[in-house]
Design a protein around this ligand. Structure first.
Ligand SMILES: Cc1ncc(COP(=O)(O)O)c(C=O)c1O
Length: 330
């Protein structure tokens, strides 16, 4: 089976397992795990922020990141297919007491004229006000699309003019970085708080981080504990993350090349595939997914007529080529 359902399906490599096995550990709830601290410092530095906080999942990192910017009774604006709106199962409302409104963009991007219409300024205590704008880069359900730095900088200026914050869901920010050459610190500079994942394209088994100011991270550490996300000798997992940052970032370019191969096989213009995700319209997604599985290729149905395929560390060039042959035949 060639598994293209998600880049979360990767298994730790032997070298990653060796790094995990030899990690120095301590109790991270006491702030005493040296490997977690090293990872947090490394990631904060990469994005040019003061501090970072390790979380078990990207969903928890997003919840803590948005909660750092929006208090109960305020709202966050995001794109309609954003992970925070579509796939975090209401956590932001349930846990943080905030509301969300969305805009739609065909490639998961931004249109400041639309945002201008949507933005709710502070009209006093009896109205919901927009406290933050959230963007996703790359955008998962839009097909791994990249938000350009110029758009993000324009968003930063837009938010600053209105006293709002910016959250960046960077679960796959590494893919955007490799696809465009944009420094991670430039992405860091446009956001008040970021959430980034080690367990997608980077191939770690577990782990995400939120990144922001030292004060925001101190508060988020308390909220993380409240959610049951205070972990103990978790340096074994942080070690996987440090290994991934060292060895698995530059190679994402291979995943992007493989995704373009798959796109071409499906009749999707490869020029529209920015990174490692291909979203493809078919007559009936469930039937298509089943036919592909019968031929040895696993895909996901992400809508009644939409399938998604994701390339990753465990799909080498030969596997991508075999999958392309199967998909072209279908
Ligand atoms: C864009 C985006 N943000 C956040 C997440 C959440 O990550 P996790 O599955 O670790 O909770 C995902 C998961 O796929 C994602 O694609």
């Amino acid at each position: 089976m060639i598994d293209l359902r998600s880049d979360t399906l990767t298994r730790p490599t032997d070298a990653m397992r060796a790094a995990m096995a030899s990690a120095e550990v301590g109790d991270d709830v006491y702030g005493e795990d040296p490997t977690v601290r090293a990872l947090e410092e490394r990631v904060a530095e990469l994005f040019g922020h003061e501090a970072a906080l390790f979380t078990p999942t990207g969903s928890m990192a997003n919840v803590l990141a948005v909660a750092a910017l929006v208090v109960p009774g305020q709202e966050v604006l995001c794109e309609a297919r954003a992970h925070i709106a579509r796939a975090e199962l209401g956590a932001h409302g349930a846990v943080s007491g905030l509301t969300m409104r969305t805009w739609s963009h065909p490639r998961g991007g931004l249109d400041l004229a639309v945002l201008e219409e949507l933005f709710a300024p502070d009209l006093g205590p009896f109205f919901v006000r927009t406290a933050a704008i959230s963007v996703e880069n790359t955008h998962n359900f839009a097909g791994g699309t990249v938000l350009g730095l110029a758009d993000l900088q324009a968003l930063r200026a837009f938010a600053d003019d209105r006293g709002a914050a910016v959250h960046l869901d960077g679960a796959r920010i590494w893919n955007a970085h490799v696809a465009t050459g944009t420094p991670l610190a430039s992405y860091g500079a446009v956001a008040d708080v970021l959430a980034v994942c080690l367990s997608k394209g980077l191939g770690a088994p577990v782990g995400s981080l939120l990144v922001g100011s030292a004060e925001q991270m101190d508060e988020a550490r308390v909220r993380r504990k409240r959610l049951g996300g205070g972990m103990r000798q978790v340096g074994v997992l942080a070690a996987a993350g440090l290994h991934a940052l060292e060895h698995h970032v530059a190679r994402l370019a291979e995943d992007h090349e493989h995704a373009r191969l798959l796109a071409e096989a499906c009749g999707v213009d490869p020029a529209t595939v920015d990174t490692n995700i291909v979203v493809h319209d078919v007559d009936d997604a469930v039937t298509f997914v089943k036919a592909a599985a019968d031929a040895g290729v696993l895909l996901s149905a992400v809508g009644p007529r939409t399938v998604r395929m994701v390339t990753h560390l465990d799909v080498d060039r030969a596997a991508a080529q075999r999958a392309a042959t199967v998909l072209a035949a279908l």
